[in-house]
Write a protein of this length. Sequence first.
Lengths: 817, 132
Amino acid sequence: METKFLNEHLLPGQIGHFAAVLAFVASIVATIAYVCAVQLKDDLLRNSWKKIARVAFLVQVVAVFTVFFTLYHMISGHLFEYKYVWQHSSKSLEVKYLLSCFWEGQEGSFLLWSIWHCVLGTIVMFTSKSWEAPVMASLSLAQVFVASMILGIYILDYRVGSSPFVLMRNENADAPIFQMANYMTRLQDGNGLNPLLQNYWMVIHPPVLFLGFASTIIPFSFAFAGLWTKRYTEWVKPVLPWALFAAGILGLGIMMGAAWAYESLTFGGYWAWDPVENASLVPWLTLVAGIHTLLAYRSTGYSLKITYFFFFITFTLILYSSFLTKSGVLGQTSVHSFTDLGMNGQLLIYMFVFAIPAFWFLIAKRKAIPAPVREESTYSREFWLFVGSLVLLVSAIQICFTTSIPVWSKLPGLKDLAPPTEPELFYNKIQIWVAVVIGLLTAVTQYLKYKNTSKEFFVKKIWLPTVISLVITVAIIVGGKVYSSAYGPGFLFAIYLMMFASVYAVVANFAYIWIGSKGKLKASGASVAHVGFGLVLVGILISSSKKEVLSLDKMGILDGYFTKESKQNSRENLMLPKGMPVQMGDYYVTYEGDSTAPKDAKTYFIIRYEKKKSLNDVPTEKFTLYPDAFMNVKGQEGITPNPDSKHYWHKDVFTYITAVPKKDAPETDTIPFTPHKMSVGDTTYFSKGFIILDNLSPKPTNKNYVANKGEVALEAELRVLTKDDKQFTLRPVFALTDSTYAFNIPDTAQGMGLIVKLGKIVPEEKKVVIETKESGTITDYVVLKAYVFPAINVLWIGIIVMTIGFFMSAAQRRKSK
Amino acid sequence: MKKTNIVLLVIIAICVAVVAMMVGDFSTYETFATSRSKPGKEIHVIGALDTTKALVYDPQKDANYFSFYMKDKSGELRQVIFTGTKPTDFEKSTELVLTGQMDGDIFVCNKILMKCPSKYKDDQEVVGIKQA
């Protein structure tokens, strides 16, 4: 019997699904019509096909936007009868994060990709004149594939795509709840958005990144159109602004992802060489390489073939990266969460349908692509642009090869292959050399002229930037005390080289705005982008090589005992009992308590930083950080933390919570200290071992104590021996100012939860009173990690400058048409 | 020979050298037993948490000590010590990927990747814990 379900909203789903199918069909029509508009001989016929194609493409645009707005309507209206809405949103979600629900799911991210294709396609359609038909043919074909990803219909038992419009009751038809006609009264709230995505970066980063992904198809399509219509050289002019735009946006999108990771993830940084990050970085590298060989070609006629190669490989790698990240193949290697929607086949077909014809065309027509016979001069710009592009390619190959390990392990005999255990070191030790070479080339190459440069001219122009860079590099190394590296002297040497190379890239390109372009800023897009790139390198280098762990827990580590293991398993978590200052680097840090706000699911932890030399000093600087965390989300045990940072112009102090106690135990009052009257040599017990008073000294060595004039002080040297054979020394101090005001400085054995005070002196018995307290009483505490990232702002500024540079160049190249 | 060809050859040589160097650094998925035969080498071990044994994390004693028991794919049960905090929702994990090495009878690990059952059908969600 058919159940009649109550209170459902079926219309939006029907409209959305219809629009999705329409988009798919219309893009097929557009593709065929555009192919006809290229292939047919007759002008009249060609024009009429072109008209059909335009209409079909625009219909497709309208359909895609309809899908988008329907889905948005469903999410904002909380129509939880739809699986996508239930899965990715909830009623308690703040309005600003509704958009993030889109891209939490794969269907939504394909939709986003499709929307950008629509926008870019419409612009290409009306601006690219004779290139419209062949370029739009590729773009329409891409739209066929992207539209198929959200189709969700069955063709011969194979489900094509995954529709965001399926109903909960159809997907889980057997669940008891869906046997009831009034199930909607029970389905009141959704599963909610992953707390990590509830961050403003997550609202803007995916659209920008996907615009970058989407725009890489345009250089591909132009290059392909060049081969297809046998206009092998003409396409390079219209493609340049597009390629520059794509590289600018893609770079910005990638680094926005890094900013998100820095602000809301707990990697302890902005880049972790995670497969998902790598997958979007690799096409950016090849695209940038392609732009440089294209420039070389435009001025000299060299490097055209390799430009074709770079534009083809870029888009292929974009498709490969979406295969890697969306197919679930990364499973055991990535920290990002992706589920397999059973579309691996579809994703692979998408990739091969574009890659195979393009590369086959390139090989088949290689003879027809013009190339000069004469060799390029070593003193020419084009030669070094070519070399630089190949270095970028090497970098891309290394990253891509390693990121693909989960794919290699699908091959017979390689089942047990796993990624490197220390990915950061693994990538850094190779990519640092790439950065050195690229930095140097970025600095020098603009000073070479196309075709040939006289040595005198080159030396005359380059010597000043070179000297300035050397001075600045030495200043940074000495001023920043960059004298050691966790990975040994070899790595330190590489760091010095990279420091010079990246400073050189900044200085030389900055100088070139005057030396080369004579101060015409409008014509200096390339220099601006290069300055930005250099700043990015400087920022990356300093912030990672001089990253400092503040929250180092020295418990149980003997000083001076540093093995490879102790470095790897560095103890970066530190416990802060509530209200008790703990020394971390230059700071005394106190956990003051936590707080919550209405309509905000997060708990904020109040962490007060005070910069001072010792505990009783007046702090030279004070600030409070509020790292937060989602507590016990949906029955989870534990917390999902978000970091907080204090931003300075030259560094960030970065803190996040890693553990908190369970709050169900009632807070007990502080238990008073227990006094023990002792003389030197006496022993007293505590729950985990015993304490021996070894010595009493009038000259305290406790770091927290600073002697003042007229003050009398006494320090007890206590040896603590625990049941598990640990031993450490505590030095509480008792001091008298002017014989009237007495105070004392306690000492703590953190891991033991033991606090000791030198309470008072009993001169007549030649004894002192040692007071002890154990941390059974400390019920409120946080465990946190804290880092200092120096020069991180140089990185962010570099990104902005580089992106501006890309857009300046794109605008300039567009005008010069 | 043309200069571009020389450059290409040099680049290819560098690529081969880099790949050869890299392959040595690739790790493998192993079991506790095979890990014992490779002392000092960091490896990945896949297994499942033994929920009948105690999980120990007491930040008041040591904020960087988390101990639990895991059964690897061959069924061998070992104590694991992780230098760090207890990951969120650890008890509910269905599969663990540990990075580290054997030290006597104990597996000392510095990175845990865990898979949790999502509330959704048979989907598996990967939740990562990075530990420097």
